[in-house]
Write a protein that binds this ligand. Structure first.
Ligand SMILES: NC(=O)c1ccc[n+]([C@@H]2O[C@H](COP(=O)([O-])OP(=O)(O)OC[C@H]3O[C@@H](n4cnc5c(N)ncnc54)[C@H](O)[C@@H]3O)[C@@H](O)[C@H]2O)c1
Length: 218
């Protein structure tokens, strides 16, 4: 069994926002379980720049669009960890197209990664949190959980759904020391955003800076 520190699962923990959450929780002596489907250099930096050896970082390569993989992840974690205290659902993807030409596969993939994965991680973590009589679930939605933008139907729908899911879990756990909250960030310059800027600059034959300004106005 792993040490007695608190343990946090961070999905998308290798992404632009996720890696910062990872670093913060690691500094605060949490054992970290990063659930992502890629390895990047930022992860290696986090691992090699460790300042203490009291807490651990574990990387689990999981495709969060696959509910069976999520179930298997939790079956394995249950055997390894006596407590999972914090779950942060941060993984997310984007695709931009008008509804009538939005690829079906992209719609399904975005709903699966951005919304359904958080349903499944919550479903499997809640019994573990209830056993330990404590838990925190933090969902990363977006300003697009509250307002829409054109051409982002799947993202906007998934992020609105994330808020509804959060409210429901918060009500279902209201009488026990488990909370479920949602955060709705505005623009953060990560890969998720820079990809959109590059695509738009190419499509409109303009500069990335112009597209950045246009994007900020939406
Ligand atoms: N960047 C922004 O401006 C912004 C604004 C509001 C909300 N958000 C939300 O914040 C969260 C993090 O976004 P980010 O900007 O850091 O993006 P990012 O692209 O840098 O990180 C997303 C992470 O999710 C992981 N991921 C994607 N698909 C996956 C899959 N199928 N299985 C496992 N992991 C998968 C990626 O590997 C990546 O590490 C997302 O939910 C995003 O919607 C971002």
């Amino acid at each position: 069994m792993i040490n007695k520190n608190k343990t946090a699962i961070i999905t998308g923990g290798l992404g632009g926002i996720g890696i910062e959450i990872t670093k913060l929780f690691y500094k605060r002596k949490y054992n970290i379980i990063i659930v992502d489907n890629k390895i990047n250099s930022a992860f290696k930096k986090v691992i090699f720049n460790k300042t203490n050896t009291k807490n651990t970082i574990l990387y689990k390569k999981v495709d969060l669009s696959n509910r069976k993989s999520i179930k298997n992840l939790f079956i394995n974690l249950k055997n390894q960890y006596s407590n999972i205290d914090v779950l942060i659902n941060c993984a997310g993807i984007q695709h931009v197209d008008p509804v009538e030409s939005f690829p079906d596969t992209k719609w399904e993939q975005i709903l699966n990664v951005n919304l359904s994965s958080s349903f499944y991680t919550s479903k499997y973590v809640l019994p573990l949190m209830k056993k330990n009589k404590w838990g925190r679930i933090i969902n990363i939605s977006s300003v697009h959980g509250q307002v829409a933008s054109i051409n982002k139907s799947a993202y906007v729908a998934s992020k609105h759904g994330m808020i509804g899911l959060t409210k429901t879990i918060a009500l279902e756990t209201a009488k026990i020391p488990i909370t479920c909250n949602v955060i709705c960030p505005g623009w953060v310059n990560t890969l998720l955003v820079s990809k959109q800027i590059t695509q738009r600059a190419k499509k409109n034959n303009t500069s990335k800076m112009k597209e950045e300004f246009k994007l900020l106005k939406e």
